[in-house]
Design a protein around this ligand. Structure first.
Ligand SMILES: Nc1ncnc2c1ncn2[C@@H]1O[C@H](COP(=O)(O)OP(=O)(O)OP(=O)(O)O)[C@@H](O)[C@H]1O
Ligand SMILES: [Mg+2]
Length: 313
């Protein structure tokens, strides 16, 4: 993340279908060179947002720029620098794997040796060589995803937009896709993706969580978790709590839980920043003469955060 320029900037972006607000005045800033995950329940508006970013759907209101290019005014230019893998397979089912790649490569202006080379690269990269003569419509689900990703990459876009790229893909290929995404990122490519897999979302640099057309949380995976629960959790196992005044502790927002276990007291503390507070919490109990058996940060999952945030209000 060396660059500070924006790959995507959307302001007030809105899409209304009839009277239904599918995307409702969202603002989006995606820095160049990051892996950005758009999360949210089914129907939240992720695909609709993506389609507006790529200029495939006209916003009802608001605007979006890709690498500073106004998408509405300069769609062609945007298409040249972006690659798109749609949520549903949309390639030519009655063309072979290789013919699909050739077609898209030539649409993007590749010719002769350069075209041949790029197609060979992609056939190898995504292990499609042995299927290159097979009709796309006859591929298995996971192979279709591999072909769709190859096609999205055929012109080496600066921004890769992938809508649920790993849906229906086996664990090995899923891991491979992610290794590939990280490699692209190292080359400076920006990736905007959607996923319903929270372990994948953990791999993103930044997340935006959408619900009912709005962005309800944003930040790094860690920040999104904090937003969901109001802080980090630390658990401490103490000999006894006696009459300690936890209010004296800096950074402690609340005591979320208290229970006795094996003669010990277990406290669950909500703190602003666990890594910063853990040591001072230990020192606090020590200074009060209370023996601490264990103290550790409780790792909440992104799935917990997702559910907490999307079922609220
Ligand atoms: N062309 C359209 N006409 C009418 N309504 C639409 C259209 N496209 C999308 N919608 C509606 O907009 C809402 C958002 O759809 P969208 O496909 O963006 O959701 P999503 O977040 O991508 O969901 P999923 O996780 O299921 O892919 C849904 O209620 C959908 O039915
Ligand atoms: Mg979708």
């Amino acid at each position: 993340m060396i660059s500070n320029s924006l790959a995507i900037e959307a302001v007030n972006l809105t899409k209304i279908f009839g009277s239904f607000k599918a995307v409702n005045r969202i603002n989006l800033r995606v820095e160049e060179g990051v892996i950005f995950g758009l999360l949210g329940p089914n129907g939240a508006g992720k695909t609709t947002t993506i389609r507006m970013v790529l200029g495939l759907l006209r916003p009802t209101a608001g605007w979006v720029k890709v690498f500073g290019i106004d998408v509405e005014k300069n769609r062609k230019k945007v298409l040249q620098v972006t690659g798109y893998m749609p949520q549903y397979f949309s390639l030519y089912e009655d063309l072979t794997v290789e013919e699909n790649l050739r077609l898209y490569a030539s649409l993007y202006g590749l010719r002769g040796e350069a075209l041949k080379e790029r197609i060979n690269e992609l056939l190898d990269e995504f292990q499609l060589r042995e299927f290159r003569g097979r009709l796309a419509g006859k591929l298995s689900g996971g192979m279709k995803q591999r072909l769709a990703l190859s096609v999205a990459l055929v012109h080496k876009p600066r921004l890769l937009v992938v809508d649920e790229p790993t849906a229906g893909v086996d664990p090995n290929v899923r891991r491979y896709f992610w290794e590939y995404f990280k490699r692209l990122k190292e080359e400076g490519v920006t990736i905007l993706l959607t996923t319903h897999y929270m372990d994948e979302a953990e791999n993103c640099d930044k997340l935006a969580l959408m619900s009912r057309g709005r962005i309800i949380a944003e930040g790094s995976p860690q920040e999104v978790k904090r937003l969901a629960f109001g802080g980090d959790f630390i658990e401490v196992l103490l000999e006894s709590k006696n009459s300690l005044n936890l209010g004296e502790l800096e950074g402690v927002i609340g005591v979320a839980e208290e229970e006795r276990r094996d003669g010990l007291v277990k406290l669950r503390l909500l703190v602003d920043d666990a890594s910063e507070r853990l040591a001072s919490i230990l020192r606090f109990f020590e200074s009060k003469g209370t023996k601490v058996h264990r103290a550790y940060q409780v790792h909440v999952s992104l799935e917990d955060a997702f559910i907490a945030l999307t079922t609220r209000g």
